[in-house]
Design a protein around this ligand. Structure first.
Ligand SMILES: [Zn+2]
Length: 857
């Protein structure tokens, strides 16, 4: 009862609701203790003599001398379904084993087979109408997944005792280690080696009426590690990973699963109706909390159990109020769904007697990892059978010290994001790892650099940071409420509206806090509005209304239809990660993207290019500071480059883009599901790229800083081949990785041709001709600078590669266009004027490449 007393002192008014809060199921559970009063039948008594008893959902006995654990399974528990959820609590970040990673979710059951207990997973991906005789075939052709069979060591009238070590000191429930696909050398990643059960142990075992948590320290040995991992790995031969296994009772309540809708972005369970003859037999259900009105008849009522978030006591004191305020802002959305005070925010007392990893508490945690890989995560875990969210945590990565990523490191991080690895322990349906904080941080650093370099006050920068943190918390909390990303939301306002605080304070800057927007910085500094949106946007209010509005029996289908019918409102536009165009060649609607802003992302990017170029000129003076090296200058320069990179990526996606509309026929939106981007818009994107990215003078502003970009020497950390800044390759990658690799991607080219059949007016041949003009014409009559030499060579090499008959990945229309463009370049080069050797050499090389590609074989 100590906990209750603490709450009383902190906030007496909250006592009643707190006692009922969702994070406190079973709060009255007594602390684990040795039970000496209950009479145990012979057999079991013998086996648990030297053990302490841990009573709860599952009763366990831990030997006080050896630490081994035995599990008592009641006969009444056989055949029942339970939820399993694993968490990593501490381990190598590079393997996603860091604190609070929500890993495997499964439904399992225990059955008796002769003298053994069988543990098996339950397939929750199908639904059967019980009235249909086909439902009798429910188990057919869904192979049982028995993951453990354990011999019973004792038995009494009520149940069976087994050794639990094979279940928990093992990888049976959660495979822990990533799989290395064939062809990737084992040295490519840090490798844990093999589990050593003898060196592993139980760290904590706790059991409550509705859940049991078994926390284990798994020891891994790798006698010959070829990859020593990153700085966080103390000794690559010996690594301990702390994992939590949580066994959870199936919630017993009147929670109703809610159907998923493609127009609103919730995490979901994909379930197929096996008794339906519909061609789309989907019964997908969304993830949401169980909220029930205290007063079912009131339009607005407090929930019986609010959703309570605890701010971990490790949170920096100066940020706590901002986090509380940010969290409570979600209540505006819940009011649209009929709930008052649905969200409660509390601070974990310094002397709290509970562990933040206790699944009964939703905790906002902070970590400062050696190698941040995610930035921030806001995962939740659910009952896979109903979609009910049972618990959630948010972890914010504290980017420590001066480890500000410079451009090249930043993007190396992106490409190494685990694409080549598979993480079998992670639920593939829960792609809830959010890289928002790292994206947002890059945006924030740009904002800070621009403000700092243009002489803004410390208060202005503080305000920017506060808005950043508010946005970050609201975004991660949105995930824990069931919402996935809405990468289209940043399209809500026009460039003229975005700095109008009369609009933005009422509506927000963007439709949803679930986007990864560019930071809003006005090119004209006197016109600056808000940097980030700091309230739930129209889409967020609507999405919560969809997910949480309670309906009377029989009224839900019609009620949901009315709500979702509003999806054609421009303020409610939605597109999630599946549609976003962050990677070259991925997806098709340029409005669904990261790191851009406003309904005119091209015009906004143009302003940002100007802002970056203006700021370049201020860097050397501002960051040549007494008492420090030039490392900060290099880092600040890196943030401006990453800003340029993301704007180039956003603009390039309009070329060959096709807009998606997911409204249903009955909404009569007047918009077809697929509409090619208008020719004028595609041409405009091309012009902006030609002017700010491909032009000979595109990076002239950068020349002011190159001679100062010196990293700080630490030990012997200098690059073996010299630590000067690799300007040519780094800036080339803005032209190529951010733009051309998308425009010339086989998927983009093929779509340009296919969409010609339903409205696209920009052919591949015309587009390549426009690239040719942008990349060759401006300096055809003069010498060619090094940026343009690299760019022209890259372009010719890509065209040659497309033309190559061995290249089967590109369609023939595009091959023809590439050949035609090569010939045009050859003709154009014949008119070129070169006066220096460098240019003559460069053009000779181009002609050599083209002739080789065109020669008849
Ligand atoms: Zn996110």
């Amino acid at each position: 009862m100590k906990k209750t007393l603490l709450l009383l002192i902190l906030s007496p008014g909250l006592l009643l609701t707190a006692a009922r809060a969702q994070d406190k199921k079973g709060a009255a559970a007594p602390p684990p203790a040795v039970d000496t009063t209950k009479k145990k039948p012979a057999g079991i008594t013998d086996k648990v003599k030297s053990s302490r008893k841990i009573d709860g959902l599952f009763t366990m006995y831990q030997d006080t001398a050896t630490g081994t654990l035995q599990l008592y399974v009641k006969k009444s528990q056989l055949g029942k379904e339970y939820i399993y959820q694993s968490f990593s609590l501490s381990g190598p970040n590079s393997l996603y084993l860091n604190q609070s990673m929500h890993r495997a979710t499964a439904v399992f059951k225990i059955e008796k087979a002769f003298d053994k207990l069988e543990f098996s997973g339950v397939n929750t991906r199908f639904w059967y109408d019980a009235n249909n005789p086909i439902s009798k075939t429910a188990g057919v052709d869904k192979p049982e997944a028995v993951f453990l069979v354990e011999k019973t060591v004792a038995e009494d009238a009520d149940g069976y005792l087994i050794s639990a070590d094979g279940l928990f000191i093992s990888e049976k429930l959660d495979p822990v280690k990533p799989l290395l696909p064939p062809g990737i050398p084992p040295t490519a990643i840090f490798n844990l080696g093999n589990l050593n059960p003898a060196k592993s142990r139980y760290s904590n075992v706790r059991s409550f009426p509705h859940n049991s948590d078994i926390i284990v320290d798994l020891a891994y040995d790798n006698p010959a590690p070829y990859n020593n991992g990153t700085n966080d790995i103390t000794d690559a031969r010996y690594v301990r990973v702390r994992m939590q296994h949580s066994l959870i009772e199936m919630p017993q309540n009147d929670f109703h699963p809610r159907r998923d809708d493609p127009r609103v972005g919730y995490f979901s369970e994909q379930i197929t109706d096996q008794t339906s003859i519909s061609p789309v037999p989907y019964k997908d259900i969304i993830h949401r909390w169980y909220l029930k009105k205290k007063d079912p008849n009131a339009a607005l009522s407090e929930p019986v159990e609010p959703i309570v978030y605890w701010i971990e006591n490790t949170t920096p004191v100066e940020y706590r109020q901002t986090i509380i305020d940010a969290g409570l802002k979600w209540n505006e959305a819940f009011e649209k769904a009929g709930f008052r005070n649905a969200i409660q925010m509390k601070i974990m007392p310094d002397d709290a007697d509970w562990d933040p990893a206790d699944i009964r508490y939703n905790v906002i945690r902070w970590v400062s990892s050696a190698q941040p890989v995610y930035g921030a995560i806001g995962p939740s875990f659910v009952n896979p059978k109903t979609g009910q969210i049972i618990g959630a945590d948010i972890t914010i990565e504290w980017f420590s010290g001066s480890a500000t990523p410079i451009y090249d490191e930043l993007f190396r991080g992106f490409s190494a994001n685990g694409n080549t690895l598979q993480f079998p322990g992670m639920n593939p349906q829960h792609e809830e790892n959010c890289t928002l904080a790292s994206e947002l941080k890059s945006q924030l650093l740009t904002g800070m650099t621009v403000l700092d370099a243009t002489g803004a006050s410390a208060n202005d920068i503080k305000e920017m940071h506060k808005q950043f943190l508010t946005y970050l918390i609201m975004h991660e909390m949105g995930h824990t409420l069931g919402l996935n990303h809405n990468m289209k939301a940043s399209q809500m306002l026009s460039p003229t509206e975005i700095n109008n605080t009369e609009i933005t304070h009422k509506l927000g800057l963007i439709g949803s806090v679930m986007d990864y927007p560019a930071i809003n910085i006005a090119l004209d500094r006197s016109k600056q509005g808000d940097y980030y949106t700091t309230k739930a946007g129209p889409y967020d209010l609507w999405a919560i209304e969809y997910g949480y509005t309670p309906f009377n029996e029989g009224e839900e289908a019609a009620g949901l239809k009315t709500i979702v019918a509003r999806s054609t409102d421009p303020q409610l536009v939605f597109g999630n990660d599946g549609d976003d165009m962050r990677s070259p060649g991925k997806a098709m609607d340029p409005r669904v993207n990261v790191n851009e802003l406003t309904s005119d992302a091209i015009g906004y990017a143009e302003d940002r290019f100007k802002l970056v170029n203006q700021t370049m000129g201020k860097l050397v003076q501002k960051y040549s500071k007494d008492g420090q090296s030039y490392a900060e200058l290099r880092s600040r320069y890196g943030t401006l480059l990453s800003q340029r990179y993301s704007m180039v990526a956003a603009v390039s996606r309009y070329i060959g883009g096709v807009q998606i509309d997911r409204s249903f026929p009955e909404q009569k939106s007047g918009v077809k599901p697929y509409t090619p981007v208008p020719l004028a818009t595609q041409k405009r994107a091309m012009e902006v790229l030609n002017k700010y990215v491909f032009a000979p003078d595109a990076f002239d502003a950068d020349a002011q800083v190159f001679a100062w970009l010196q990293p700080q020497r630490r030990g012997f950390n200098q690059n073996n081949s010299g630590d000067d800044f690799r300007a040519t390759s780094t800036l080339l990658s803005i032209q190529t990785d951010a733009a051309l690799s998308h425009i010339l991607h086989s998927a983009t080219l093929l779509r340009m041709t296919n969409s010609r059949l339903y409205g696209n007016q920009y052919s591949v041949a015309t587009m390549m001709g426009d690239l040719q003009k942008g990349i060759f014409s401006a300096d055809i009559a003069t010498n060619v600078n090094v940026y343009r030499q690299n760019l022209q060579t890259y372009f010719v090499r890509q065209l040659v590669s497309i033309v190559n008959p061995q290249n089967q990945g590109v369609d023939d229309v595009s091959k023809a266009a590439a050949l035609y463009t090569l010939k045009k370049i050859k003709t154009q080069l014949a008119t070129a004027v070169s006066t220096n050797d460098e240019t003559k050499a460069h053009r000779a090389n181009l002609l050599f490449m083209i002739d080789k590609a065109l020669e008849v074989k």
